[in-house]
Design a protein around this ligand. Sequence first.
Ligand code: C2G
Length: 130
Amino acid sequence: MVKVITYGTFDLIHPGHIRILQRAKQYGDFLIVGLSTDAFNHAKGKSAYHSYTDRKIVVEAIRYVDLVIPEVTWDQKIDDIQSNQIDIFIMGDDWKGSFDYLNKYCKVIYLPRTEGISSSKIKNDLNGHL
Ligand code: C2G
């Protein structure tokens, strides 16, 4: 079984999120999502609209996702990769280069982001800044 992992906030789910998860799953048989907790989002300087609990309900319902685990710190990836026997780490290419250090533990792949959509754009558009 080829196991894949990716991480993110996944707030206000949109086609960009779905496409990264869909493509990530194509690389293996089992996809784990490290979902940023509300506290870690604060550390990332992000404020999600939905709570961790609600974002977890949504992400777990996505057909490509097999397991959701909490992402509480930048430093947990090596442990996650080793304890879950991960073969491939995948992120969108806005993170290109940021996680190359994981190459020692698994394959690292950056996939093209979906242009023109983001949770912050959705929030801005809804606030009338169309
Ligand atoms: N993404 C994408 N296309 C978009 C928006 C997001 O491909 N239009 C991808 C991102 O590249 C990322 C994933 O969707 O791989 C999740 O994005 P976010 O929820 O914004 O997560 P982020 O804040 O990038 O957190 O430790 C890693 C961090 O937790 C990543």
